[in-house]
Design a protein around this ligand. Structure first.
Ligand code: ECB
Length: 134
């Protein structure tokens, strides 16, 4: 049985989001707004099928994928680049590799106790987010 990420999760900490956004080339004004946000994630998981909705007062982002099936990701409202994304299980971690213009781009989700962790990577920057159940 895979780990169950289902639920509604609220951001409680966001380490080096600034560095991650700079690596993605996000402009100053957008970064200033984005840094203040406390996004919520609603994760719907059915076996190896995922629907992740990240919502905030500024922008929303929806991602749907199946484990092991590469897809075109359009990072609309984020950095607006397109990439090829592939999510796989690495033990109990959900690991996404986002292949495209930016080197070393991807993210990893895992559960620690009842907290949801998300590591966002781009080039030499790592952002660490922690979410708690709403
Ligand atoms: C959607 C809420 C954040 C909106 C920030 C707006 C502008 C900043 C522009 C780019 C920053 C890049 C990413 C924002 C960080 C989080 C959004 C979703 C990150 C993500 O890919 O999460 C995965 C894993 O849960 C699902 O897409």
């Amino acid at each position: 049985m895979p780990v169950d990420f289902n639920g509604t999760w609220n951001l409680v900490s966001n380490d080096n989001f600034e560095g991650y956004m700079v690596a993605l080339g996000i402009d100053f004004a957008t970064r200033k707004i984005a840094k203040m946000l406390k996004p919520q994630k609603v994760i719907k998981q059915d076996g190896d099928s995922f629907h992740i909705h990240t919502t905030s007062t500024f922008r929303d982002y929806v991602l749907q994928f199946k484990i092991g099936q590469e897809f075109e990701e359009d990072n609309k409202g984020l950095d607006n680049r397109k990439c090829k994304s592939l999510v796989t299980w690495e033990n109990d971690k959900l690991v996404c590799v986002q292949t495209g213009e930016k080197k070393n781009r991807g993210w990893t989700h895992w559960l620690e106790g009842d907290d949801l962790h998300l590591e966002l990577r781009c080039e030499n920057q790592v952002c660490r987010q922690v979410f708690k159940r709403a």
